[in-house]
Design a binder for this molecule. Structure first.
Ligand code: FAD
Length: 344
């Protein structure tokens, strides 16, 4: 059926100047704040300072504890808007969207940022549609223009250009950012206040009821959190050879990643894919084995601290982003490397 969304649209004629402040949606699930919330507060802090406005963290959940709230302040929030309600114990699109829409109506933020996580991706577009504003998904850079607008930059056309998008006539200006794109930075000694807000019961009505929550066990979560990742590409030639990458990963306690080339060959599940249409990762160590280094792969791993590339082609573009480049046949180098580690 058709969705009936509450209309609070700003429209071109609305008083844009009455919208003030930068908001970060602090994603909370089963008692834990998603790290992207901390990352966005650090990014939001800079935007708020440039606009000389307040930075707010918006926290929806149930039985929210003091430490969680205070931590948001330590990442730069001037105020934490808390809505604590049993109906917010589990994430549901409709309820979360209605809650944020009502908060926007009450407080009128000029900018709203959220993580491009499965949660953000699913309900933030509803919020934008409800308030009739624009939304730029998957931004990799945020800034403020000379006119005071939010500059929302993201890769476009298969990563071939970086597009900067503005939303001049509607409020709030909304953007999502993938986890690990922005750096979280604590602000020691930063002070902030907490405001507990109540919303109308109408907000919590939803056609969905959560019966049980089963934590995700698959690789996806492991991949984005991993400190070490060893990724394999089409250079591995066949499915069985992926074992070479897996053995190395296991040995150095890393997670296994892949290029889309390897995923398309069916050698490994899509949940392992790193890149523009896969996961964005930023581990301490990223090893790319038999991966060419196409831009769509690189955008998903260039934030890694140390990048080691193994490729037999000295011209491979992966060497442009690699900290250490190994020009070698992977079938010779990796087994020898594994042997060496085992000896030590
Ligand atoms: P190839 O390009 O085939 O490269 C294989 C590499 O292995 C070569 O550099 C070769 O020199 C090397 N090699 C071969 N044999 C050996 C050997 N014995 N020893 C050492 N090295 C060897 N790609 C992603 O990875 N992630 C994405 O999210 C993604 N999203 C995309 C989105 C769009 C819209 C498009 C158009 C493309 C996307 N791609 C993505 C695909 C991307 O453009 C590349 O096609 C892909 O990354 C190539 O994978 P590959 O490097 O494994 O394979």
């Amino acid at each position: 059926g058709a969705l009936s969304l509450p209309e609070v649209g700003t429209g071109p004629a609305a008083d844009l100047a009455s919208y003030k402040g930068v908001w970060v949606f602090a994603e909370w699930r089963e008692g834990v704040i998603h790290k992207v919330g901390h990352e966005l507060l650090s990014a939001g802090r800079k935007l708020a300072d440039k606009r000389s406005v307040e930075l707010a963290a918006v926290l929806l959940g149930y039985q929210l504890d003091k430490t969680t709230i205070e931590e948001l302040i330590s990442y730069g929030a001037d105020v934490v808007y808390v809505v604590d309600h049993p109906e917010l114990a589990h994430f549901r699109d409709e309820a979360y969207a209605k809650a944020i829409v009502e908060l926007i109506r009450q407080k009128k933020p000029e900018i709203l940022l959220a993580g491009a996580t499965s949660m953000g991706r699913s309900f933030i577009p509803r919020v934008a549609a409800s308030v009739k504003t624009g939304l730029t998904a998957d931004c990799t850079e945020l800034d403020i223009s000379d006119e005071g607008l939010l500059l929302q930059t993201r890769p476009a056309f298969g990563g071939n250009v970086m597009a900067t998008i503005v939303c001049p006539n509607r409020r709030p200006q909304m953007a999502t950012v993938r986890p690990k794109v922005m750096k979280p930075e604590k602000k020691p000694g930063h002070h902030g206040r907490v405001e507990n807000l109540t919303l109308s019961e109408e907000c919590f009505k939803s056609r969905v009821e959560v019966l049980e929550v089963i934590p995700e066990q698959d690789q996806t979560a492991k991949l984005t959190e991993a400190d070490i990742i060893v990724s394999g590409g089409r250079g591995l030639r066949k499915s069985e050879n992926f074992a070479i990458v897996e053995e190395l990963a296991q040995l150095i306690k890393g997670a296994v990643g892949a290029s889309r080339g390897a995923v398309e060959e069916g050698w490994i599940a899509p949940s392992h894919q790193v890149g523009q249409t896969g996961r964005t990762v930023a581990p301490t160590l990223y090893m790319a084995v038999g991966i060419a280094g196409a831009i769509q792969h690189v955008v998903g791993m260039q934030g890694s601290k140390v990048i080691v590339a193994v490729n037999k082609d000295p011209q491979a573009p992966i060497f442009d982003v690699a900290t250490y480049g190994v020009v070698a046949d992977l079938f010779e180098f990796v087994p020898a490397f594994v042997q060496k580690i085992k000896q030590e």
